[in-house]
Design a protein around this ligand. Structure first.
Ligand code: ZN
Length: 96
């Protein structure tokens, strides 16, 4: 099975809102409005609008423009792993 496409089952696709709770646990506040820049195509997307695949071992977030993997989140009994190598940066605007 191709590892890069194994989670591209669109029937299992939701959006970034589905993992808002996990993101809030990691970052300490609501991340749905944070903007991630895709390392693949440089598109800016709010976390809430990313393609999310949550039925695998952990959650996978993909760019809605080019479908590159932007981030992976894996929960184990002892730790949370955040693999964010697919984003150039994450922009969190300060609350005013
Ligand atoms: Zn992209």
């Amino acid at each position: 099975m191709n590892v890069e496409t194994a989670d591209m089952n669109t029937e299992l696709m939701v959006d970034g809102n589905a993992i808002a709770g996990e993101l809030e646990q990691i970052f300490g506040h609501d991340m749905t409005m944070a903007v991630a820049r895709c390392a693949g195509c440089a598109a800016d997307s709010m976390m809430a609008t990313l393609m999310a695949f949550v039925r695998g071992p952990g959650a996978v977030l993909r760019c809605p423009s080019c479908t590159s993997v932007i981030a992976r989140i894996v929960e184990t009994p002892t730790a949370t792993y955040l693999d964010a190598r697919g984003m150039l940066y994450l922009r969190m605007t300060h609350a005013s």
